[in-house]
Design a protein. Sequence first.
Lengths: 254, 204, 463
Amino acid sequence: MTPASSPRVALFVTCLVDLIRPRIGFAALRALEAAGCEVVAPEGQTCCGQPALNSGDRDSAVALAKSTIAALEGHDHVVVPSGSCAATIREHYPELLADDPDWRERAVGLAERTWEVLAYLDEVRGWRPDTVCAATAVYHDSCSGLRELGIKTQPRRLLAGVDGLALVPLAGEETCCGFGGTFCVKYPAISNAIVEEKADAIEASGAELLLAGDLGCLMNMAGKLHRRGSKVRAFHAVELLAGMGDGSAIGEEG
Amino acid sequence: MNAREAILGRLRGGADPATLDVEATRLLDRPERPVVDVADLVGGFLAQLAQARLGATFERIGAMADLPGAAQRYLAAQGLASALYLPPDPNLAALDWSGLAISHDCAPDQPAALAIARVGVAETGSLVLETAPQAPMLPNFLCLHHIVLLRAEAIVPHLEDAVLSGSQPRAHYWITGVSGTTDIEGQYVRGAHGPRFLHVVLVG
Amino acid sequence: MSFIDRAAAALADPVLKTAVERTAGTAEANRAVAVEAFPDFAAARARAAAIKDHVIANLGEYLERFEANAVAAGARVHWAGTADEACAIVVDICRAAGAKTVARSKSMLGEEIGLPHALAEAGIERIETDLAEHIIQLADEPPSHIVWPAMHKTRDQVSALFRRHHASPHEDESIAAMAESARRHLRERMLGADIGISGANFLVADTGAVCTVTNEGNAELSLVPPRVHIVTAGIEKLVPSMGHAVHMLRMLARSATGAALTQYTTFYSGPKRADDADGPEEMHIVLVDNGRTAMREEGLAEMLRCIRCGACMNHCVVFRQIGGHAYGGTYPGPMGAVLTPALSGLAANRDLPQACTLNGKCQEVCPVAIPLPTLLRGWRERSWREGLEPVTTRWGVRVWACLAKRPRLYRFATSAAILGMRLWGGGGWSRSLPLAGGWTRHRDMPAPEAASFMAQYARGRRR
């Protein structure tokens, strides 16, 4: 195989997946391999620095951008199972390091090679899943992926290939769930009011599953749904694409 | 240092005036705007006028001489007295207004007033009124029923075409529908301060 | 009261939520229809942004052109560096005219510079002519939205106010009857005012004209009879020509209400001509800086594109929950969160740029493509640099960053965290978690898997 047909992919799992739900990382790994990629998860990876960036701590954001660039360089592509972390690398690293002659080009280089996993599987690899999951589901468009990276049709095209899965409409599917990173713990009451409405819409859809492309948003919505006693189960979309939709959903033991 | 000098002092360093004008003109190259059928400006204008948001009515007449009759028909249809405020415009003075109680002083609660529009805009259904010795503006906002005369050939395709070049009147008013408000619970109410009804009499 | 307290009060008020939802929801739906019907709104938006950037980059030249043309049309142009200077100029004009009453058309700049207060101090009676401004004047409250200042009021609350203050109030409880009551009440008053005061939506450099837009026709009605017309306008309101004004008007109306054009779009060029049938004898234009030149110099030039349409707040998930008053300034929502720290200091308003999920919807709907999330991040950086963030936040982010820069230490810390979380909450959902009260007060927390991804990967797991 030529390198182009079998790209060497660095999987950047993100700090939240690493800490809370590694299954999403392994699902991404499995789907990427099924799509013909050679995948490694580079050892030096930790956090992309988004919490520092969004808190205004530019020095820390710059330091973490540099260490992340150093950890992820040297592969054909970097793939991330999160729209907001992928957007941090693609949209914000070049801006953070624009005035640093030693790092500017490295930042731009990494940004150009970095993809959110669903966009990558669909747009770059033209891959379609060969998996089964008999359920009705709604898809929530996470804000960073949607507005910074233009991820909208890719997950829907991919999920259409999951046998037995029926996507039903979600009112306000492009409306923010109220997570916002540290926003949800700095302004818990406002965040709660927003996610209550999101949970109302999810429950009103009648869907059994909630799918999205960002674990932060999923934890926010699933955590709210569970607190309300809802039966809706939540997965990262890539889990279904990798055939792991039969396992435990977010928050379920297993 | 006065405020003018202080403000302008902080704003120095733009393009030279000639470059500025070239850039400004380039910014208006082929502006995005609603498509208007230039072959049917009257039809386009009337379609806009009829939109629910504007909610205006119209009557088309053949000649200026029919204007008093059109005004009378409108007032009768609305169940209003045959009374009308007319601006001191020589084009109106020449017409036969017998059968209508005409006033040239507009009362604060004037039921109906007539005005003459310089142009109509097919893009939006807007009417352009301008201040002049023969065109007082206040009556147009005092009345409940606003009757506006517009010549069919004065309908232009787009808002840009309604712009007057050269020296400007004291004010020009682009009127698109009636006085409305959504200030209470977002619900649309007509006749907030000015006209509740707009009736266009199209001549020609 | 702090932002958090104001937000909490707003969240506890179901009536407010209903009121905000009705108006903002309608505006959102109407805008969507209008934008969809427009031939190429994305390109039109880029053009609108480019026009404003061109003006802001060449603002000095355009202000001078405007001034020369306005003066040629017979207007008097005044310049004010600060809010106080602007108010003093207006009050002086009122005094020179011997004015006892002014009829005022809604102007957010007027609110920004504190003109209502300055007029009251000077003993000049103020008649607010916009229906919403009339409502909040009766209620003695500040505006809660830049397009619908009384958005926070329900019909019942408006009804009670009108019954208390109008001589012949509405006979039934319909909104139409209430609007009619205000029409009766305001009509004679505004016709008898000594001076009319308006803001400006645009200042047209090549004609010297001031453009106002109103749906109610209140500016049009209240600016003809008085002897003097005073305009207060921010210096960023310039457009080069009428052609540019037309483009901006198309964007403004669609973004604000979904209309193709605001009902009454009026261009004023100077006072009454010698033989004109009516109109004011004097026209004064007060050009107000009040921090705008500083914004241009300090990385907020893009904010000066703003045409005050209100779309950003109508589409903001935070605004929709807490309404406008919680923001504590003249300008609420995303644009207010950028403007208020610039106008009245970051230290007193440090919550505003933080109380945002950075979801980007505001930027998406902005007719002049202001990168609001980027500007809000800019304020966050400044807040961090100036030490305005709470110690807990500073330490939290620093410790996290410190660990994340050292992968081996980081692996150790994540393993410890996972162990801790699982010991505390078991394998499923936790209803409470130490140090995570902000989260678990309102939602459950999923337990982590037994080991981190990197730990499992290191042990050879691949699927």
